[in-house]
Design a protein. Structure first.
Length: 328
């Protein structure tokens, strides 16, 4: 038997989980008709939800022993949720997807076929449209993908989703990367492996509201750039060279002007503006170095990526069931 782990990070998704569970179990049943040796586990990662997400998942666990869960002690973020899911997955294959139905379960058979029958190590999805997404957010998202691919060696595809299926070998490679500041899209590109891309049009959330504001996405983008590129550090050097050249040319201009026209040096207001410009560039460069230093500081602490408060295995021990649902 082959086991497919469906990993679902959740944060305040009490409204969406019932819809997702119905859809994914129907897809699983259809896939088992095609691949009779295929079994499933549904691993929900509760990222410190403040609503009834965990209780709903526990209810699903009571009626379907294929359901497993890991509940965090607080909100650690989606990156921690993805890592926890991959670390705790038991399957020969693992797929990560969102509970809000923006990652269509109907694509799962095509993804699974790519890794099982076509020889790919991974099959990933990307949106070809951003219908329903704010225009400004879409604009900056496209600029981000273009920028990070220019600045780093990681291959990050425009519109790439976290909806991706992977072989056990690829999952193990990702789990071995225990860095605290994680940017999973960059990790996928950095580790390599043979990936098939499957395109689909954007799908609206089935229920609830997005947890990603513009500024959260901006911070996430900064995590990706800092985590997978040292190019911003080089900017300080180039800014310094540029400003030195401009200053040298300015000095020559003032000397020539004095010799030819006899004009005294003037323009205190413009001088103040130039000083403020240079000071701003210096602070900007110091800020870039500060960001890298802060990430290094957090890494040296070696804090855990997440802390589990409760798991389905813990509950199974209390109720006398093992992980597969049989009597203990």
């Amino acid at each position: 038997m082959s086991l497919l782990s469906v990993i679902v990070p959740c944060y305040n998704e009490q409204d969406a989980i019932p819809y997702f569970y119905d859809a994914i179990t129907k897809t699983a049943a259809d896939m088992q008709e095609t691949w009779s040796d295929l079994d499933f586990e549904f691993l929900f990662i509760d990222d410190g939800s403040k609503d009834n997400t965990l209780s709903i998942v526990e209810g699903l666990r009571d009626k379907d022993k294929r359901v497993r869960f890991v509940s965090f002690s607080r909100n650690f973020g989606k990156e921690a949720g993805l890592y926890a899911g991959l670390k705790n997955a038991k399957g020969d294959y693992a797929v990560t997807m969102d509970a809000d139905m923006q990652d269509p379960p109907a694509l799962l058979p095509e993804l699974y076929k790519a890794v099982r029958e076509e020889g790919y190590d991974s099959a990933a999805t990307r949106r070809v449209t951003r219908k329903g997404e704010p225009v400004i957010r879409s604009f900056f998202a496209r600029r981000f993908y273009r920028l990070i691919n220019l600045m780093s060696s990681a291959d990050i595809v425009d519109g790439a989703r976290d909806y991706r299926i992977m072989t056990r070998r690829m999952v193990d490679a990702i789990v071995e990367m225990k860095e605290y500041n994680r940017f999973t899209k960059g990790i996928y590109g950095w580790i390599g492996f043979n990936t098939k891309w499957i395109e689909f049009e954007n799908v609206e959330r089935v229920a609830g509201e997005t947890k990603w504001s513009f500024w959260k996405l901006f911070g996430y983008a900064m995590e990706g750039i800092i985590g997978f590129s040292t190019a911003p550090l080089s900017m300080a050097t180039w800014f310094g060279i540029f400003m030195a050249i401009v200053s040298f040319l300015g000095i020559i201009f003032i000397i020539v002007k004095k010799l030819v026209y006899g004009d005294p040096t003037s323009g205190w207001s413009s001088m103040v503006c130039i000083m403020l410009l240079i000071a701003g560039i210096q602070l900007f460069c110091i800020g870039i170095m500060g960001q890298y230093l802060a990430k290094t500081y957090l890494e040296t602490k070696q804090r855990p990526i997440y802390i589990a408060r409760k798991t389905s295995e813990d509950e199974a021990k209390k109720t006398g069931y093992n992980a597969t649902g049989g009597n203990g």
